[in-house]
Design a protein around this ligand. Structure first.
Ligand code: SF4
Length: 409
Protein backbone atom coordinates (compact mmCIF):
# COMPACT_ATOMS: atom_id res chain seq x y z
CA UNK A 1 0.00 0.00 0.00
CA UNK A 2 1.43 3.37 -0.98
CA UNK A 3 1.98 5.81 1.85
CA UNK A 4 1.67 9.56 1.42
CA UNK A 5 3.32 12.52 3.07
CA UNK A 6 0.56 14.56 4.62
CA UNK A 7 0.81 17.03 7.49
CA UNK A 8 0.78 15.38 10.94
CA UNK A 9 -2.09 17.54 12.10
CA UNK A 10 -4.45 15.70 9.74
CA UNK A 11 -3.53 12.32 11.25
CA UNK A 12 -4.60 10.75 14.55
CA UNK A 13 -2.80 8.36 16.85
CA UNK A 14 -6.06 6.86 18.08
CA UNK A 15 -7.57 6.36 14.61
CA UNK A 16 -4.28 4.98 13.22
CA UNK A 17 -4.26 2.49 16.09
CA UNK A 18 -7.79 1.38 15.18
CA UNK A 19 -7.06 1.19 11.45
CA UNK A 20 -3.81 -0.73 12.00
CA UNK A 21 -5.55 -3.11 14.40
CA UNK A 22 -8.14 -3.92 11.71
CA UNK A 23 -5.61 -4.01 8.90
CA UNK A 24 -3.44 -6.46 10.78
CA UNK A 25 -6.35 -8.78 11.59
CA UNK A 26 -7.87 -8.63 8.11
CA UNK A 27 -5.13 -7.94 5.58
CA UNK A 28 -7.35 -8.57 2.57
CA UNK A 29 -10.12 -6.33 3.84
CA UNK A 30 -12.78 -9.02 3.69
CA UNK A 31 -14.50 -8.20 6.96
CA UNK A 32 -16.55 -5.00 7.03
CA UNK A 33 -17.78 -5.45 10.61
CA UNK A 34 -17.46 -2.27 12.67
CA UNK A 35 -14.81 -1.72 15.31
CA UNK A 36 -15.96 -1.25 18.89
CA UNK A 37 -14.21 1.53 20.76
CA UNK A 38 -15.26 1.31 24.37
CA UNK A 39 -14.88 4.22 26.77
CA UNK A 40 -17.19 2.69 29.37
CA UNK A 41 -20.11 5.11 29.46
CA UNK A 42 -19.79 5.81 25.75
CA UNK A 43 -19.21 3.14 23.14
CA UNK A 44 -18.47 3.92 19.51
CA UNK A 45 -19.20 1.62 16.62
CA UNK A 46 -16.66 2.74 14.08
CA UNK A 47 -17.00 1.89 10.38
CA UNK A 48 -14.40 -0.53 9.08
CA UNK A 49 -13.47 1.87 6.29
CA UNK A 50 -13.57 5.67 6.43
CA UNK A 51 -11.50 8.83 6.06
CA UNK A 52 -8.89 9.99 3.58
CA UNK A 53 -8.93 7.95 0.37
CA UNK A 54 -6.08 7.42 -2.09
CA UNK A 55 -7.11 10.39 -4.26
CA UNK A 56 -7.39 12.81 -1.36
CA UNK A 57 -4.04 11.83 0.18
CA UNK A 58 -2.44 12.09 -3.24
CA UNK A 59 -3.93 15.57 -3.76
CA UNK A 60 -2.86 16.79 -0.32
CA UNK A 61 0.67 15.50 -0.81
CA UNK A 62 0.99 17.26 -4.16
CA UNK A 63 -0.48 20.55 -2.88
CA UNK A 64 1.96 20.79 0.04
CA UNK A 65 4.80 19.75 -2.28
CA UNK A 66 3.85 22.66 -4.55
CA UNK A 67 4.09 24.99 -1.55
CA UNK A 68 7.52 23.65 -0.54
CA UNK A 69 8.94 23.75 -4.04
CA UNK A 70 7.82 27.26 -4.90
CA UNK A 71 8.68 29.74 -2.13
CA UNK A 72 7.92 33.28 -3.16
CA UNK A 73 5.66 32.30 -6.04
CA UNK A 74 1.94 32.88 -6.27
CA UNK A 75 0.21 29.52 -5.93
CA UNK A 76 -3.39 28.95 -6.92
CA UNK A 77 -5.83 26.12 -6.62
CA UNK A 78 -8.43 26.03 -9.37
CA UNK A 79 -11.14 25.50 -6.73
CA UNK A 80 -11.56 23.69 -3.44
CA UNK A 81 -8.90 21.02 -3.20
CA UNK A 82 -11.37 18.53 -1.76
CA UNK A 83 -14.66 19.08 0.02
CA UNK A 84 -13.31 19.57 3.51
CA UNK A 85 -13.25 22.99 5.18
CA UNK A 86 -10.34 22.17 7.50
CA UNK A 87 -8.04 21.13 4.67
CA UNK A 88 -9.08 24.03 2.43
CA UNK A 89 -8.66 26.57 5.26
CA UNK A 90 -5.20 25.23 6.00
CA UNK A 91 -4.17 25.57 2.36
CA UNK A 92 -5.48 29.16 2.35
CA UNK A 93 -3.51 29.92 5.49
CA UNK A 94 -0.38 28.55 3.86
CA UNK A 95 -0.87 31.12 1.11
CA UNK A 96 -2.73 29.23 -1.62
CA UNK A 97 -5.50 31.24 -3.29
CA UNK A 98 -8.56 29.69 -4.90
CA UNK A 99 -9.43 30.82 -8.44
CA UNK A 100 -13.03 29.57 -8.53
CA UNK A 101 -15.75 28.55 -6.13
CA UNK A 102 -17.24 25.05 -6.17
CA UNK A 103 -19.70 26.05 -8.91
CA UNK A 104 -17.05 27.44 -11.23
CA UNK A 105 -17.66 31.15 -10.47
CA UNK A 106 -14.44 33.18 -10.52
CA UNK A 107 -13.00 34.55 -7.29
CA UNK A 108 -10.01 35.72 -9.28
CA UNK A 109 -10.25 36.68 -12.96
CA UNK A 110 -8.13 34.80 -15.49
CA UNK A 111 -6.44 38.14 -16.37
CA UNK A 112 -4.81 38.16 -12.95
CA UNK A 113 -3.16 34.76 -13.49
CA UNK A 114 0.17 34.80 -15.30
CA UNK A 115 2.60 32.23 -16.68
CA UNK A 116 4.84 32.68 -13.63
CA UNK A 117 2.11 31.44 -11.31
CA UNK A 118 1.62 27.90 -10.08
CA UNK A 119 -1.84 26.41 -10.62
CA UNK A 120 -2.90 23.19 -8.88
CA UNK A 121 -5.71 21.08 -10.37
CA UNK A 122 -7.89 19.59 -7.58
CA UNK A 123 -8.67 15.90 -7.07
CA UNK A 124 -11.98 16.24 -8.98
CA UNK A 125 -10.10 17.14 -12.17
CA UNK A 126 -11.12 20.04 -14.36
CA UNK A 127 -12.78 20.82 -17.66
CA UNK A 128 -11.06 20.84 -21.04
CA UNK A 129 -12.10 24.48 -21.35
CA UNK A 130 -10.13 25.40 -18.21
CA UNK A 131 -7.13 23.34 -19.34
CA UNK A 132 -7.15 25.30 -22.60
CA UNK A 133 -7.15 28.64 -20.76
CA UNK A 134 -4.18 27.53 -18.64
CA UNK A 135 -2.35 26.21 -21.69
CA UNK A 136 -2.84 29.49 -23.55
CA UNK A 137 -1.36 31.31 -20.60
CA UNK A 138 1.69 29.07 -20.74
CA UNK A 139 1.01 27.54 -17.32
CA UNK A 140 2.25 24.00 -16.84
CA UNK A 141 -0.84 22.69 -15.02
CA UNK A 142 0.34 19.07 -15.44
CA UNK A 143 3.11 19.58 -12.90
CA UNK A 144 0.71 19.85 -9.98
CA UNK A 145 -2.28 18.05 -11.38
CA UNK A 146 -3.92 16.16 -8.52
CA UNK A 147 -6.79 14.69 -10.57
CA UNK A 148 -7.62 11.38 -8.97
CA UNK A 149 -6.75 8.37 -11.15
CA UNK A 150 -10.18 6.91 -10.36
CA UNK A 151 -11.81 9.97 -11.93
CA UNK A 152 -9.57 9.63 -14.98
CA UNK A 153 -10.61 6.00 -15.19
CA UNK A 154 -14.22 7.13 -15.69
CA UNK A 155 -13.10 9.43 -18.51
CA UNK A 156 -11.17 6.58 -20.15
CA UNK A 157 -14.00 4.07 -19.76
CA UNK A 158 -16.43 6.58 -21.26
CA UNK A 159 -14.15 7.24 -24.18
CA UNK A 160 -13.94 3.51 -24.97
CA UNK A 161 -17.70 3.00 -25.06
CA UNK A 162 -18.25 6.40 -26.69
CA UNK A 163 -15.99 5.44 -29.59
CA UNK A 164 -18.20 2.38 -30.08
CA UNK A 165 -21.16 4.65 -30.76
CA UNK A 166 -22.79 4.65 -27.34
CA UNK A 167 -24.19 7.77 -25.71
CA UNK A 168 -22.80 8.30 -22.22
CA UNK A 169 -25.26 8.71 -19.38
CA UNK A 170 -23.41 10.28 -16.45
CA UNK A 171 -25.08 9.60 -13.12
CA UNK A 172 -23.99 12.64 -11.14
CA UNK A 173 -24.74 16.11 -9.80
CA UNK A 174 -24.39 18.42 -12.76
CA UNK A 175 -22.92 21.33 -10.77
CA UNK A 176 -20.38 19.21 -8.89
CA UNK A 177 -16.77 19.87 -9.97
CA UNK A 178 -16.13 16.23 -10.81
CA UNK A 179 -19.26 15.83 -12.92
CA UNK A 180 -18.56 19.10 -14.74
CA UNK A 181 -15.04 17.82 -15.49
CA UNK A 182 -16.28 14.38 -16.54
CA UNK A 183 -18.98 15.88 -18.78
CA UNK A 184 -16.42 18.16 -20.42
CA UNK A 185 -14.06 15.25 -21.21
CA UNK A 186 -16.71 12.72 -22.14
CA UNK A 187 -18.63 14.92 -24.58
CA UNK A 188 -15.53 15.06 -26.78
CA UNK A 189 -15.95 11.42 -27.75
CA UNK A 190 -19.68 10.82 -27.44
CA UNK A 191 -23.07 12.47 -27.00
CA UNK A 192 -23.56 12.81 -23.25
CA UNK A 193 -26.36 13.40 -20.78
CA UNK A 194 -26.18 14.00 -17.02
CA UNK A 195 -28.83 12.23 -14.96
CA UNK A 196 -29.11 13.18 -11.29
CA UNK A 197 -31.28 10.41 -9.87
CA UNK A 198 -33.80 7.68 -10.54
CA UNK A 199 -36.60 10.23 -11.19
CA UNK A 200 -34.61 11.79 -14.01
CA UNK A 201 -33.71 8.31 -15.29
CA UNK A 202 -37.45 7.55 -15.51
CA UNK A 203 -37.87 10.58 -17.77
CA UNK A 204 -35.10 9.21 -20.02
CA UNK A 205 -36.81 5.79 -20.04
CA UNK A 206 -40.10 7.44 -20.99
CA UNK A 207 -38.39 9.28 -23.82
CA UNK A 208 -36.91 5.99 -25.07
CA UNK A 209 -40.47 4.63 -25.09
CA UNK A 210 -41.58 7.68 -27.09
CA UNK A 211 -43.81 9.02 -24.34
CA UNK A 212 -42.33 12.53 -24.06
CA UNK A 213 -42.06 15.21 -26.78
CA UNK A 214 -38.47 16.12 -27.66
CA UNK A 215 -38.90 19.81 -26.76
CA UNK A 216 -40.14 18.95 -23.30
CA UNK A 217 -37.28 16.49 -22.75
CA UNK A 218 -34.66 19.04 -23.77
CA UNK A 219 -36.20 21.62 -21.48
CA UNK A 220 -36.09 19.25 -18.49
CA UNK A 221 -32.42 18.42 -19.15
CA UNK A 222 -31.37 21.98 -20.03
CA UNK A 223 -27.58 22.44 -19.50
CA UNK A 224 -27.18 18.70 -18.89
CA UNK A 225 -26.60 17.43 -22.43
CA UNK A 226 -23.85 17.81 -24.99
CA UNK A 227 -24.09 20.17 -27.94
CA UNK A 228 -26.26 18.77 -30.77
CA UNK A 229 -27.84 16.17 -28.50
CA UNK A 230 -30.86 14.67 -30.25
CA UNK A 231 -32.90 12.43 -27.95
CA UNK A 232 -34.62 10.81 -30.94
CA UNK A 233 -31.24 9.50 -32.12
CA UNK A 234 -28.92 9.57 -29.12
CA UNK A 235 -30.99 7.53 -26.66
CA UNK A 236 -30.87 4.34 -28.72
CA UNK A 237 -27.42 3.17 -27.60
CA UNK A 238 -26.50 3.91 -23.98
CA UNK A 239 -23.71 3.30 -21.50
CA UNK A 240 -23.91 4.45 -17.86
CA UNK A 241 -20.96 5.84 -15.88
CA UNK A 242 -21.07 7.81 -12.66
CA UNK A 243 -19.57 10.50 -10.56
CA UNK A 244 -17.26 8.35 -8.45
CA UNK A 245 -18.99 9.20 -5.17
CA UNK A 246 -22.65 8.44 -5.90
CA UNK A 247 -24.73 5.81 -4.11
CA UNK A 248 -23.93 2.41 -5.61
CA UNK A 249 -27.54 1.19 -5.49
CA UNK A 250 -28.82 4.30 -7.23
CA UNK A 251 -26.41 3.92 -10.16
CA UNK A 252 -27.36 0.26 -10.44
CA UNK A 253 -31.08 1.12 -10.39
CA UNK A 254 -30.59 3.75 -13.11
CA UNK A 255 -28.59 1.33 -15.29
CA UNK A 256 -31.24 -1.39 -14.84
CA UNK A 257 -34.06 1.00 -15.69
CA UNK A 258 -32.43 2.20 -18.89
CA UNK A 259 -31.37 -1.32 -19.84
CA UNK A 260 -35.00 -2.47 -19.51
CA UNK A 261 -36.28 0.48 -21.51
CA UNK A 262 -33.91 -0.42 -24.35
CA UNK A 263 -34.83 -4.10 -24.09
CA UNK A 264 -38.50 -3.16 -24.46
CA UNK A 265 -37.76 -1.08 -27.50
CA UNK A 266 -35.25 -3.26 -29.34
CA UNK A 267 -35.79 -6.74 -27.94
CA UNK A 268 -33.62 -8.93 -25.70
CA UNK A 269 -31.74 -10.43 -28.66
CA UNK A 270 -30.47 -7.00 -29.76
CA UNK A 271 -29.74 -5.59 -26.33
CA UNK A 272 -25.95 -5.90 -26.59
CA UNK A 273 -25.95 -3.45 -29.48
CA UNK A 274 -27.98 -0.93 -27.51
CA UNK A 275 -26.71 -1.11 -23.95
CA UNK A 276 -23.06 -1.16 -22.95
CA UNK A 277 -22.90 -3.36 -19.86
CA UNK A 278 -20.50 -1.33 -17.88
CA UNK A 279 -19.65 -2.12 -14.28
CA UNK A 280 -20.33 0.97 -12.23
CA UNK A 281 -17.49 3.44 -12.03
CA UNK A 282 -17.64 4.19 -8.33
CA UNK A 283 -14.15 4.24 -6.87
CA UNK A 284 -12.93 1.70 -4.33
CA UNK A 285 -13.16 4.22 -1.47
CA UNK A 286 -16.82 5.01 -2.15
CA UNK A 287 -17.61 1.31 -2.39
CA UNK A 288 -15.74 0.43 0.79
CA UNK A 289 -17.13 3.36 2.76
CA UNK A 290 -20.69 2.54 1.73
CA UNK A 291 -20.26 -1.19 2.45
CA UNK A 292 -18.77 -0.42 5.88
CA UNK A 293 -21.56 2.06 6.63
CA UNK A 294 -24.22 -0.52 5.77
CA UNK A 295 -22.63 -2.78 8.39
CA UNK A 296 -23.14 -0.02 10.96
CA UNK A 297 -26.86 -0.33 10.25
CA UNK A 298 -26.82 -3.80 11.82
CA UNK A 299 -25.71 -2.40 15.20
CA UNK A 300 -27.91 -1.30 18.11
CA UNK A 301 -26.53 2.27 18.13
CA UNK A 302 -28.60 4.98 19.84
CA UNK A 303 -27.60 7.54 17.24
CA UNK A 304 -25.15 8.02 14.39
CA UNK A 305 -22.61 10.70 13.54
CA UNK A 306 -21.18 11.40 10.10
CA UNK A 307 -18.17 13.71 10.01
CA UNK A 308 -17.22 15.65 6.89
CA UNK A 309 -17.64 18.78 4.77
CA UNK A 310 -21.26 19.74 4.16
CA UNK A 311 -20.68 19.96 0.41
CA UNK A 312 -19.02 16.55 0.25
CA UNK A 313 -20.95 14.22 -2.03
CA UNK A 314 -19.55 10.94 -0.70
CA UNK A 315 -20.16 12.04 2.90
CA UNK A 316 -23.76 13.00 2.20
CA UNK A 317 -24.43 9.48 0.87
CA UNK A 318 -23.07 7.97 4.09
CA UNK A 319 -25.50 10.22 5.95
CA UNK A 320 -28.38 9.03 3.73
CA UNK A 321 -27.52 5.40 4.46
CA UNK A 322 -27.30 5.85 8.21
CA UNK A 323 -30.38 8.02 8.52
CA UNK A 324 -32.46 5.20 7.03
CA UNK A 325 -32.22 3.61 10.50
CA UNK A 326 -30.72 5.97 13.07
CA UNK A 327 -31.21 9.52 14.18
CA UNK A 328 -28.15 10.76 12.34
CA UNK A 329 -26.21 14.01 12.66
CA UNK A 330 -23.97 15.26 9.84
CA UNK A 331 -21.30 17.46 11.46
CA UNK A 332 -18.23 19.10 9.95
CA UNK A 333 -16.09 19.06 13.09
CA UNK A 334 -16.03 18.86 16.87
CA UNK A 335 -17.12 22.48 17.23
CA UNK A 336 -20.60 21.44 16.12
CA UNK A 337 -20.96 19.59 19.44
CA UNK A 338 -22.11 22.69 21.29
CA UNK A 339 -22.85 20.98 24.62
CA UNK A 340 -24.15 17.73 26.08
CA UNK A 341 -27.60 18.74 24.92
CA UNK A 342 -27.05 20.82 21.80
CA UNK A 343 -25.61 19.92 18.42
CA UNK A 344 -25.25 22.02 15.28
CA UNK A 345 -25.57 19.87 12.17
CA UNK A 346 -26.34 19.93 8.48
CA UNK A 347 -29.83 18.98 7.40
CA UNK A 348 -29.37 17.48 3.95
CA UNK A 349 -33.06 17.63 3.09
CA UNK A 350 -33.37 21.34 3.84
CA UNK A 351 -29.78 22.12 2.83
CA UNK A 352 -29.30 24.20 5.94
CA UNK A 353 -27.45 24.11 9.24
CA UNK A 354 -29.69 23.48 12.24
CA UNK A 355 -29.34 23.23 15.99
CA UNK A 356 -30.98 20.23 17.68
CA UNK A 357 -31.39 19.50 21.35
CA UNK A 358 -31.08 16.33 23.42
CA UNK A 359 -29.10 14.46 20.77
CA UNK A 360 -27.39 12.28 23.40
CA UNK A 361 -29.71 9.97 25.31
CA UNK A 362 -29.73 10.14 29.09
CA UNK A 363 -28.77 6.59 29.95
CA UNK A 364 -25.80 4.91 31.54
CA UNK A 365 -24.30 3.55 28.37
CA UNK A 366 -24.55 5.48 25.10
CA UNK A 367 -23.80 3.71 21.82
CA UNK A 368 -22.84 5.83 18.83
CA UNK A 369 -22.23 4.69 15.24
CA UNK A 370 -19.64 6.91 13.59
CA UNK A 371 -18.01 7.29 10.20
CA UNK A 372 -16.51 10.04 8.06
CA UNK A 373 -16.19 10.94 4.40
CA UNK A 374 -13.22 10.35 2.10
CA UNK A 375 -12.08 13.96 2.50
CA UNK A 376 -12.21 14.11 6.31
CA UNK A 377 -8.94 14.04 8.29
CA UNK A 378 -8.68 11.30 10.93
CA UNK A 379 -7.67 13.99 13.42
CA UNK A 380 -11.20 15.42 13.09
CA UNK A 381 -12.83 12.09 13.84
CA UNK A 382 -10.64 11.66 16.92
CA UNK A 383 -11.53 15.18 18.05
CA UNK A 384 -15.26 14.42 17.71
CA UNK A 385 -14.93 11.14 19.63
CA UNK A 386 -13.01 12.77 22.46
CA UNK A 387 -15.36 15.73 22.66
CA UNK A 388 -18.37 13.44 22.98
CA UNK A 389 -16.67 11.43 25.71
CA UNK A 390 -15.71 14.58 27.57
CA UNK A 391 -19.30 15.87 27.36
CA UNK A 392 -20.70 12.62 28.74
CA UNK A 393 -18.06 11.66 31.23
CA UNK A 394 -14.86 13.69 31.52
CA UNK A 395 -13.51 11.05 33.85
CA UNK A 396 -13.55 8.29 31.18
CA UNK A 397 -11.37 10.38 28.95
CA UNK A 398 -8.81 11.02 31.67
CA UNK A 399 -8.39 7.64 33.26
CA UNK A 400 -9.37 5.00 30.81
CA UNK A 401 -7.53 3.66 27.76
CA UNK A 402 -10.39 2.81 25.43
CA UNK A 403 -10.71 -0.84 24.52
CA UNK A 404 -10.62 -1.68 20.84
CA UNK A 405 -12.23 -4.84 19.47
CA UNK A 406 -14.07 -6.08 16.40
CA UNK A 407 -17.84 -6.05 16.63
CA UNK A 408 -18.54 -9.24 14.66
CA UNK A 409 -22.03 -9.08 13.25
S1 SF4 B 1 -13.37 9.48 -3.43
FE1 SF4 B 1 -12.50 8.05 -4.95
S2 SF4 B 1 -12.49 9.22 -6.88
FE2 SF4 B 1 -12.75 10.71 -5.21
S3 SF4 B 1 -10.67 11.38 -4.74
FE3 SF4 B 1 -11.13 9.63 -3.37
S4 SF4 B 1 -10.34 7.81 -4.44
FE4 SF4 B 1 -10.50 9.47 -5.93
Amino acid sequence: MRSFEIPDYFTSELISKIKNFRRYADKRKEDFSPTLLDFGKVKFYIARHFGFCFGVQNAIEIAYKALNENPGKRIYLLSEMIHNPEVNDDLREQGINFIQDALGNQFITWNEITRDDIVIIPAFGTTLETMKILEEKGIDYRKYNTTCPFVEKVWNRSEIIGRKGFTIIIHGKHLHEETRATFSHVKESAPSLIVRNIDEAKIVANKIAGKIPTGEFLEIFKDKYSRGFNPEVHLNKLGVVNQTTMLAEETQAIANLLRNALKEKFGEANLKEHFADNRDTLCYATNDNQTATKKLLVTDADLALVVGGYNSSNTSHLYELLSSKFKTYFIKDKNELLSRNKIRHFCLKEKSVKISENYLPTKNEIKIAITSGASCPDSEVEAVIKKIVSLVDEESLRIKEPEISVLYL
